[in-house]
Ligand binder design. Sequence first.
Ligand SMILES: [Zn+2]
Length: 154
Amino acid sequence: MYADAEQLAVVEVDAAGRELLLTPPTVLAWQSMSERARRDGVELFLVSAFRSFDRQLEIIKRKLIAGQDWEEIFRVSAPPGCSEHHTGRAVDIGTPNCKVLDEEFEQTEAFDWLVRFAGEFGFRLSYPRGNSCGYAYEPWHWCFVKDIPSALRY
Ligand SMILES: [Zn+2]
C-alpha cells in the first residue's frame, strides 16, 4: 500500500492549468534528467505525476459509471492505495509523435534513452514486461527510487 506523499512541490502547470506535483527530490531528479535528455536531442515530457488516493478513487468511480467492469478497470488502473503515483515519486513520461500511455512508447528514442540513463538519475521502470505485480507492461511509468531505504525497495 502507498500513502499519499506528505510533501509536494509543483513541477509545472500544464496547458489546462492543472498543477503537476512531485516530492521535492523527485522534482530535482526529473528536471536534471529531462535537461540532460534534451541536450542529447531527446524530448521527454510529463504526462502525469502525483495522484492522490481520492483522485484515484474518483477515476475508478468514473470508469464504473461509464460501464466498464472491474477486470477491465484494474488491468490499467491500480486500486486506490496501490498506485505508485500516490508517493509523488512516479512519473508517466511522454515524447512527441507518440501516443501517451501507450505501449508504442517502447519503440521511441526516448525509451531507449531512459533505459540507458534513467538509472543515473535515480529512476527505474516500475512495471517491466512480465512484472511480478501483475500489472500491465508500462514502458512510460518510471519511479524515483534513489532515496528510498533499501529495506523498502520492492
Ligand atoms: Zn503511471
